[in-house]
Design a protein around this ligand. Structure first.
Ligand code: FAD
Ligand code: 2HG
Ligand code: ZN
Length: 464
């Protein structure tokens, strides 16, 4: 190992690696402190050539590589195991914006580019990169693509996958697959880039991406709406879609309990209604600076009884305050205590039925558990997180967690839903992939992994 470490240090040069325990600490555990690993070294290459040389060296020595972006992932995918033998390949120094082509509505960025920096570069060129999520100030484009991130405007623009026009990927054998083409139409053979999107570092290391940009959607109108049930949210969305069509940028559902948590843990966070409602929806529409369009649509929906109350932000500060409430949920939940995270999806039309069945399930399994439900309801994607009583001993917490999660995923499966809608599989859902994708799907996934990484050096122990 010593010879390999020296070779790796030489490849990246000074400033391109660290073995210092203090420097490594934040890279060895993830956001919530659920997973912790060890590593002999973290490498921070500055070029694709350096990534290639690292992969070559590690492949020769059969040493596993854990790609790491902003380390904001929710499933432990960017954390090495406890063996102390896995090398972290951190992409943050590979962060240039190679090109913004306004006329072609595209940009080419390196994997370590922070999402917010890529958004800003697009805006500076009069274009719009729509991918947006609470962690956008620290997550990276490579991580977003590797997890096929969703976020708050999937309904209009799709997940990260739909924004990728081309990729540059270093494969496990050290070759570079360069499909960095900024084309909207290209039927030349298999669309190989799709394999790497959502593969969580197990099939290749993404070093750069060509991304699809959009026209600037202009000023937004933002509203917080109080509603009776998640079912009412689905009906409201249907009603608004017929009136506003693809002007709906975001449609986020939040339960009252979740907003109460935000008020409890986040300084100066207040739900701006005099009364409390069972559920809320945060809506953002691209209405060209005329909030009246959204207001009229909401008034018509109110006449149909699809909402209880509504408040439209009067200016960008009020809108930002509403979004702060939404984006603080994960942090508020973390402060409340470790929750069982379930990012699931079911067909939109069955959301209400699913929630009712879920309530029954929790009541039966663990009446003292608390449900933290919120999410991207327009995409049928809910964060169905569950908080267990604090007084449980660790072993009991783990056992109860597994029991509840398994029962919940069975329920999701019975709705033909997905146990992993948005955050990926990583370490936390690996066993469930083996159950819920068993058969030809899992076999094909395994064959692809064996083909692309026969020695299993790319992020072993994750996903598959
Ligand atoms: P990391 O956490 O560093 O890595 C994630 C996975 O990708 C790991 O398996 C890693 O090995 C792999 N990887 C990273 N970079 C590369 C690369 N260059 N090549 C190959 N593999 C790579 N997610 C959503 O989808 N929607 C949300 O709304 C959302 N909101 C969030 C809000 C908060 C407050 C937080 C903390 C997280 C949120 N997330 C959300 C989860 C997370 O931000 C996303 O999964 C994000 O895409 C991860 O990016 P990252 O750069 O931090 O990746
Ligand atoms: C969000 O939608 C993120 O805010 C995080 O995907 C979800 O904390 C979670 O469970
Ligand atoms: Zn989410």
């Amino acid at each position: 190992m010593t010879a390999l470490i020296e070779r790796l240090q030489e490849i990246v040069g000074s400033g391109g690696w660290t073995s210092d325990p203090q420097d490594l600490k934040p890279h060895l555990t993830e956001w919530r402190g659920v997973y912790e690993g060890r590593t002999p070294i973290m490498l921070k290459p500055r070029s694709t050539d350096e990534v290639v040389a690292i992969v070559d060296a590690c492949a020769e020595n059969n040493t596993p590589i854990v790609p790491q972006g902003g380390n904001t992932g929710m499933c432990g995918g960017a954390i090495p195991d406890e063996s102390g033998k896995q090398v972290i390949l951190n992409l943050s120094n590979l962060n240039r914006i190679r090109d913004v082509d306004a006329e072609n509505f595209s940009m080419t960025v390196e994997a370590g580019c922070i999402l917010a920096a890529a958004q800003e570069a697009a805006t500076a060129a009069g274009r719009y990169l729509p991918l947006s999520l609470g962690a956008e100030g620290s997550c990276q484009i490579g991580g977003n693509i590797a997890t096929n991130a969703g976020g708050i405007n999937v309904g209009r623009y799709g997940t990260a996958r739909s924004l990728v026009l081309g990729l540059e990927v270093v494969l496990a054998d050290g070759t570079v697959m360069n499909s960095l083409r900024s084309l909207r139409k290209d039927t030349a053979g298999y669309d190989l880039k799709q394999l790497f999107i959502g593969s969580e570092g197990t099939l290749g290391i993404i070093t750069a991406a060509s991304l699809r940009l959009f026209p600037d959607p202009g000023e937004m109108a933002t509203a917080l709406v109080g509603i009776e049930s998640a079912g009412a949210a689905v009906k409201l969305l249907g009603g608004l879609k017929t009136k506003l069509d693809d002007r709906i940028e975001s449609f986020e559902l939040v339960s009252r309990r979740v907003f109460n948590l935000v008020e409890k843990h986040i300084p100066n966070a207040t739900i701006p209604f005099a009364e409390e409602y069972p559920w809320y929806v945060l809506i953002e529409t691209a209405t060209g600076g005329d909030p009246q369009i959204l207001e009229n649509a909401l008034l018509q929906e109110a006449e149909h009884g699809r909402l209880l109350d509504a408040l439209i932000a009067k200016n960008s500060t009020e809108a930002a305050n509403l979004w702060r409430l939404r984006h603080s949920i994960a942090e508020a939940e973390r402060q409340e205590g470790k929750a069982l995270k379930h990012d699931i999806s079911v067909p939109l039309s069955r959301m209400q039925e699913f929630l009712l069945k879920g309530d029954e399930l929790l009541e039966r399994l663990r009446p003292d558990a608390r449900l933290i439900a919120f999410g991207h309801v327009g995409d049928g994607n809910l964060h169905y997180n569950v908080v267990l009583p604090r007084e449980l001993a660790v072993e009991e917490w783990v056992a109860e967690g597994e029991r509840i999660t398994r029962a919940l995923y069975d329920l999701v499966d019975s709705f033909n839903g997905s146990f992993s809608a948005e955050h990926g599989v990583g370490q936390s859902k690996r066993a469930y992939l083996a159950s819920y994708r068993a058969g030809p799907e899992l076999n094909l996934m395994r064959s692809l992994k064996n083909l692309l990484d026969p020695a299993n050096i790319l992020n072993p122990g994750k996903v598959i």
